[in-house]
Design a protein around this ligand. Structure first.
Ligand SMILES: *Cc1c(COP(=O)(O)O)cnc(C)c1O
Length: 227
């Protein structure tokens, strides 16, 4: 099957999940995760109408992005070190993986006057030591409130990478947990903090994520094949 076929199948599965959940299909966007796959694969996906892509490494993205038609937009979905922020800013239209106040501040510092960068705050809902993200606990609200005050940094929502479960149903509680955080943040009412986006769900569990409120699903292998 071609990348176009895979994309069509993923989009169809997304539409069916929206249907089950009573959601408008336009409320969920597909981030096609192209990490480790060559620019040619992305060009093929663009030709099939996919315009939003995710990469988890800044250097890989920097090498790949110039080889892809400019209509494509990119999200950073992997860990960002402070010393790579400057390189990352012009490449991405959203940084989904902001996991500390320090990193958000560094993004703010590196923006030109008047420039804005939408970010998502990554929360480690499963509490696994090897996973990135803000620790799921009392500090989350405080950290988000502080991020909302950083000029140029637009907090647009939350992102998570839950623990792996062979049965996608096993991850449902973690997706609920992220949606709960978004609700709590909304209820707390923070200046400069929007909860418009929930980025959750990957190839094996994006349908469950959609049922639990995902607005961005990050799908790699189901589109581009195994890595
Ligand atoms: C690689 C990756 C994905 C996509 O994973 P697949 O299982 O290939 O769909 C999603 N999110 C993040 C953060 C990733 O690193």
């Amino acid at each position: 099957m071609s990348i176009a076929d895979h994309l069509a199948r993923v989009r169809e599965r997304m539409a069916r999940a929206c249907d089950r959940a009573g959601r408008d299909p336009a409320s969920v966007r597909l981030v096609a995760v192209s990490k480790t796959h060559p620019a040619e694969a992305v060009v093929e996906a663009v030709a099939a109408g996919q315009l939003l892509f995710g990469e988890n490494r800044v250097q890989e993205a920097r090498d790949k992005i110039p080889l892809v038609p400019e209509v494509a937009g990119w999200h950073l979905i992997g860990p960002l070190q402070s010393n790579k922020v400057k390189m990352a800013l012009p490449l991405f239209r959203m940084i989904e993986s902001v996991d500390s106040l320090e990193l958000a501040r560094e993004i703010g510092r590196r923006l030109s006057p008047g420039e804005e960068m939408p970010i998502l705050v990554q929360i480690n809902v499963g509490g696994e030591v090897q996973k990135h993200g803000l620790a799921d606990g009392g500090g989350v609200l405080e950290t988000l409130r502080a991020m909302g005050g950083i000029p140029g940094v637009r907090v647009r929502g939350l992102m998570t990478v839950p623990p792996y479960a062979s049965d996608p149903e096993g991850v449902r509680p973690y997706f609920r947990q992220l949606a709960d955080w978004a609700r709590r943040v909304r209820e707390a009412g923070m200046d400069g903090v929007e909860m418009a986006e929930l980025s959750m769900g990957m190839s094996h569990d994006f349908e469950v994520a959609i049922e639990e409120g995902a607005t961005l699903v990050r799908v790699g292998s189901a589109i581009f094949g195994a890595r």
